[in-house]
Design a protein around this ligand. Structure first.
Ligand SMILES: [Zn+2]
Length: 180
């Protein structure tokens, strides 16, 4: 159980840092390096004691992070920026692809501000036209994401955990677990 559950680690400043295994989170709390901030109420029993499984912990010393200044432009990162959601109809269940908002044939660039996630249906419907010409609206204007949000893809876990994590994470964190 300890190895399948994840815990969210926050910096001393409450800024989210990463996810770790619940086992590692417990070792950090017991070792005095972190405090438990939130728990979904799962109890862990050991021969001598029992305690609540931490869902969110906070390190007790500021961790300085090296931030990557640039995020590479790739299909994978476009999918993560758009939360695996078609930017025209909002579906996340259909097979997804990426779409040039202004078509390539009309001079549209292959970059953060002209590429969005689209489902295959919308992609076909739009074809070689601009959204205006086919009366399709983008849900939000595409842009280059900040680096920090992109690292927060919420791992799969019990719903109670996911709900708690969402309180501490940026709003647009993807909720799918993705292998990368
Ligand atoms: Zn669509």
């Amino acid at each position: 159980m300890l190895d399948s559950f994840k815990s969210l680690v926050l910096n001393y400043s409450y800024e989210p840092l990463q996810f770790c295994s619940a086992r590692h989170a417990i070792i950090m709390v017991f070792g005095g390096r972190a405090e438990e901030l939130d728990s979904a109420g799962y109890t862990v029993h050991t021969p001598s004691t029992s305690f609540q499984l931490p869902t969110v912990i906070r390190v007790l010393k500021m961790v300085r992070r090296k931030r990557k200044k640039t995020l590479s432009f790739s299909k994978k990162n476009i999918l993560r920026r758009d939360n695996y959601t078609c930017q025209y109809c909002g579906t996340s269940n259909h097979p997804l692809t990426v779409d040039h908002v202004v078509p390539k044939s009309r001079g549209g660039g292959t970059n953060w501000t002209n590429i969005v996630v689209a489902c295959k249906t919308c992609n076909l419907k739009k074809a070689d036209r601009t959204p205006l010409e086919v009366d399709m609206k983008l849900r939000k204007p595409p842009g280059k994401p900040e680096y920090h949000f992109i690292s927060f893809v919420i791992p799969s876990g019990p719903e109670s955990h996911v709900e708690i994590w969402q309180k501490y994470l940026p709003e647009n964190s993807a909720t799918k677990s993705v292998a990368f």
